[in-house]
Design a protein around this ligand. Structure first.
Ligand SMILES: Nc1ncnc2c1ncn2[C@@H]1O[C@H](COP(=O)(O)OP(=O)(O)OP(=O)(O)O)[C@@H](O)[C@H]1O
Ligand SMILES: [Mg+2]
Length: 346
């Protein structure tokens, strides 16, 4: 089992600090998702771990052994036992799908290689008939799945996946993600996955690291980050959030347009921003005495499984969700009830 340790890693390209003083510990067998806006340094971080870039400062250890440090240690990529699926897939165009998958296990006997290719193709839901094709004869999603199979072929200790499921449609994406997660779990592979998909980050990982401007803004278990993000940007990155100006009374309560609400901080006092997830708020028609606030509907947006309802509560816009069948009309008076404490942002 493999533990990856990043200690104060930095990497600049000219004047751009792509990765800035990043420290992260990835325990053996852990699945870590790296999320963050475009240009925040996610790919650069993976390339540093894979060995395609050397850090300007800081050290990188795998199972306690240094891969790169400030004292001249640099283990080249092919000696790291790290599987890497680059963001663009980058399959070898002159090799068949089977040969692409088997690229890293060329030294194995032919029958072992063939069995492994079949097993991996099945895992990533690739039809056997495709093994004889060439990359240009596959769709973008199929090429991505070949890339995942290739990265896993050598049974790496650590695998780095840069947006591996981005070209797949929703159903196939969920199926491939589940199959990949199960295979990584069964083999005890430590994994880092870069994704732009909130649901993917929350469901794939044991740990999420949110990157911003080359730094890790926050890291921790998915539930902690979802319920207790440090700031509004991280809060909205991981899902819809209702962020309100509030007064904290120092005893675990707050006052805001949604009335008097319990909060998860019983020490802070004075003005603060508080956050609720939309699923904490329920809406009923008319004026209900047991609700903490009333307002009227400004707008309705149908998003498939539910409706997003924008409610004007004393001049503040609050977005809540409701079942499509039970959506109120624009202009209707509604009452809002809050379940569970609000989170105090720092
Ligand atoms: N080889 C390079 N030369 C110069 N600048 C680079 C190089 N690679 C990355 N950068 C810059 O470093 C920063 C981080 O880039 P990186 O590719 O790591 O971002 P990212 O988070 O993966 O973004 P995306 O979500 O768009 O893939 C960007 O400003 C980028 O332009
Ligand atoms: Mg990238």
């Amino acid at each position: 089992m493999t533990t990856l340790e990043l200690r104060n890693i930095s990497k600049s390209y000219g004047s751009v600090r792509a990765v800035n003083d990043v420290s992260l510990s990835v325990p053996a067998g852990c699945h870590t998702a790296i999320v963050g806006p475009s240009g925040s340094g996610k790919t650069t971080l993976l390339r540093l771990i894979a060995g395609f870039e050397a850090p300007d400062a800081g050290s990188l250890l795998l199972s306690g052994a240094p891969l790169a440090d400030g004292n001249g240690t640099f283990v080249p990529a092919h000696k790291r036992q790290v599987g890497y699926l680059p963001q663009d897939g980058a399959l070898f165009p002159h090799l068949s799908v089977a040969a692409n998958i088997a690229f890293g296990i060329a030294h194995e006997p032919a029958d072992v290689r063939e069995r492994r290719v079949q097993e991996l193709a099945e895992m990533v839901v690739l039809d056997r008939a495709m093994l004889a094709r060439y990359p240009h004869e596959l769709s973008g999603g199929q090429q991505q799945r070949v890339g995942i199979a290739r990265a896993l072929a050598q049974r790496p200790k650590l695998i780095l996946l840069d947006e591996p499921f981005s070209a797949l449609d929703t159903g196939l994406r969920a199926a491939t993600r589940k199959a990949t997660t199960e295979l990584l779990d069964a083999a005890g592979v430590t994994a880092l996955l870069v994704t732009h998909d909130q649901a993917e980050a929350l469901s794939f990982s044991d740990q999420i690291a949110v990157m911003r401007d080359g730094r890790i803004a926050q890291s921790g278990p998915p539930v902690d980050l979802y319920l207790r993000p440090r700031d509004p940007i991280t809060a909205t990155f991981l899902g819809d959030a209702i962020i309100l100006a509030a007064q904290l009374s120092g005893d675990g309560w707050s006052t805001s347009v949604l009335g008097s609400l319990p909060v998860d901080d019983s020490t802070r006092l004075g003005p603060a921003s508080i956050m609720l997830r939309p699923e904490q708020v329920t809406m009923v028609g008319g004026s209900a005495a047991d609700c903490s606030a009333q307002g009227h509907v400004l707008d309705l947006e149908f998003i498939g499984h539910s409706c997003v309802v924008t409610v004007d509560v004393a001049g503040t816009r609050v977005q809540v969700r409701c079942a499509v069948g039970g959506a109120p009309k624009v202009g209707a008076r509604v009452s809002l009830a809050v379940n569970g404490p609000a989170h105090v942002l720092s």
